[in-house]
Design a protein around this ligand. Sequence first.
Ligand code: MRU
Length: 347
Amino acid sequence: MSVETIKWVKGAARIIDQTKLPHKFEYIYCRDVKTMWQAIKRLSVRGAPAIGVAAAFGVVLGVQKFKGRDKTRFLKLFNATCEFLGTSRPTAVDLFNRLSEMRAVVDLNPQAGVPALKKALQLRAMSIFQADRRVCRQMGGHGVKLIKNGMRCLTICNAGALATVDYGTAQGVFYAARAKGKKFSVYACETRPLLQGARLTCWELMAQKIDTTLICDNMAASLMASSKVDIIFTGADRIASNGDAANKIGTYMLAVLARHHGIPFYVVAPGSSFDLKIKSGRQIPIEERKSDEVTCFAGVSTAPRGVKVYNPAFDVTPAKLITGIVTEYGIIRPPYAKNIHARFANR
Ligand code: MRU
């Protein structure tokens, strides 16, 4: 893959501005934590794993200009930076898991002075970046076994290179299948209201010369009823310890339909997207976004002024509708509470 969604370049975090795709390719150079916070908030960088890496780089940006050796002042700035980044988006747990990893650097080095901590935080952020590249390819390696020649796959939102550092989770499975020379095709749900499927997934898949067909979200049922879908792959923003999985709004609808039509439904997500502190999906905070995302289409108003709007960005698919969860460690199958615990017990 040649898409570099997020990268550390000469003291700045360089991100692709995903709000401009597919028609304009522009970078944003985040040189301070506020710019990174805004980039996450307005979805210039998005997708759970990419948000996690952005948060780690955001911490580095927040402390890198600190002058002097006063550790108390440094820790005050560090803690405020982590808290600030944690307010950018609530659902993707990668953001909070990666911030915890950054906090652990400080907590586990109580004797370290300011220069050593700054260095250690930079190294940790780079290792989070590298780990994302590695685990996405590992997930692709496991997921590829599920794709047989001739299969018609369905996906929603963007769980590709643009949602990670450079490869993807659910879409990474497609890239791994393509690399193995498998013949398959993909239906991409457009993913209203912000069209991550139409704008981002189609852009990525077409660049990789994968046979891609765009559908409106409300076409999925009729597609399945006419036996045109063999398997479904989605990403996840937060997976509870019982296997309930939050992902882009519309995912639950696909899982219900898949069960009705006897189609396997797989979630592809790395360890950083699991929240083992919560028992079920009922505890997952769901982001609600601004009403104009729904009342407007491509900047043009499509609804009467003043209409009430409900705009949750995510929904939760109950574990019982999920055939398997593809992780970097392999595919986790039901019963999820037991098998997720067994997989991550030593984490
Ligand atoms: O609001 P977004 O675009 O950040 O939502 C992204 C998704 O829901 C993705 O499917 C999810 O983060 C998994 S991406 C690997």
